[in-house]
Design a protein around this ligand. Structure first.
Ligand code: PLP
Length: 315
């Protein structure tokens, strides 16, 4: 259950017990960390958001004069955050993650990338020698155990599939590297980057249904991707074959389409039980095709979703 305490009493000798002060860690968070760690095959630390986790990771692995090679077409907020750190001496270069990375101390990939849905070239990553961070938000451990593939750290915006209900902002880092884990823990405590107990509890509950949700997202999205491919107004469909995110391009302005859906909500984010759609150009500018719509397929009935999309596409 949720323990919202911010402090716990010392023992009878005046010594700290397992939990002392919530910023250092709390029982609800520790239970959720254990559950996610088991799924990923590593040790987990939770953070106040995916972006907070990413920031801690950049601070732990990067530094003045070091270079982070970031997958282009990956979640744009990660690039924005890393560029904030350029003022403190970090260098950021973007690269095509389907090809070998350039020289860098840290290589930051996303599997698959949001919203371009490319996947990293794992063999080239393993051969590179840099520390590898893999954002596996869109795959979840149901479809990817990135530590087994060679990543040093797995990053999740657990705000998405891992919680699954658009009701908790939460991030996670998973690693098998003990020294790195302790450095990340230290940064979390010192900079106050931890997660609230309520959000950690939402993660515990989300993990209990993760596998069934992901299988259903995949089943429905596979069918919708197939139908979108055949639709005359759709010029390109990107779908990796698993999970629920599809990015498809239409000719012209996508706004009349995204605002015409009724079952599918016109809102940002992804990974929830409720489907959502939005054009990404308005947020990301010309790095994204103007007509690209990102559809996050929820758990609704496939034919009802298709009827909604078909009506919005206008045929
Ligand atoms: N990584 C990916 C792939 C994302 O899609 C997002 C958010 O959209 C983030 C990281 C950042 O997570 P949060 O919004 O929880 O800070």
């Amino acid at each position: 259950m949720i323990d919202r305490s911010t402090v716990w009493p010392y023992d009878e000798r005046g010594e700290p017990r397992d939990f002392v002060y919530q910023r250092y860690g709390h029982p609800t968070g520790t239970a959720a960390e254990r559950a996610l760690g088991e799924l990923e095959g590593g040790e987990t630390l939770l953070f106040g958001s995916g972006t907070t986790a990413a920031t801690a990771c950049a601070l732990a692995l990067g530094g003045p004069g070091s270079t982070v090679a970031l997958a282009e077409g990956a979640y744009f907020g990660t690039g924005v955050m890393l560029r904030e750190l350029e003022r403190w001496g970090l260098r950021v270069v973007e690269f095509d993650q389907t090809r070998p990375p350039p020289p860098a101390e840290v290589v930051w990939v996303e599997s698959p990338a949001n919203p371009t849905l490319t996947s990293p070239a794992w063999e080239a990553l393993r051969a590179h020698g840099a520390r590898v961070v893999c954002d596996a938000t869109l795959s979840t451990p149901v479809y990817l155990r990135a530590l087994d593939r060679g990543a040093d750290v797995v990053l999740h915006s657990a705000t998405k599939y891992l919680t699954g209900h658009h009701d908790a902002l939460i991030g996670a880092l998973v690693t098998r590297d003990r020294a790195l884990l302790e450095r990340l823990r230290e940064l979390r405590t010192r900079l106050g980057l931890g997660v609230a107990p309520d959000a950690a509890f939402a993660l515990q509950q989300g993990l209990e249904t993760l596998e069934v949700r992901m299988r259903r997202h995949t089943e429905t999205a596979t069918e919708l991707a197939r139908r979108l491919e055949a639709h005359p107004r759709v010029v390109r469909v990107r779908y990796p074959g698993f999970a629920g995110v599809i990015s498809f391009d239409v000719e012209g302005d996508p706004l009349p389409i995204e605002t015409a859906t009724t079952l599918i909500r016109n809102q940002t984010s992804l990974g929830g039980v409720v489907s959502s759609i939005e054009s990404r150009h308005r947020w990301e500018g010309d790095r994204i095709p103007r007509g690209l719509l990102r559809l996050s397929v929820g758990l609704e009935d496939v034919d009802a979703l298709w009827a909604d999309l078909e009506a919005a596409l206008g045929s």
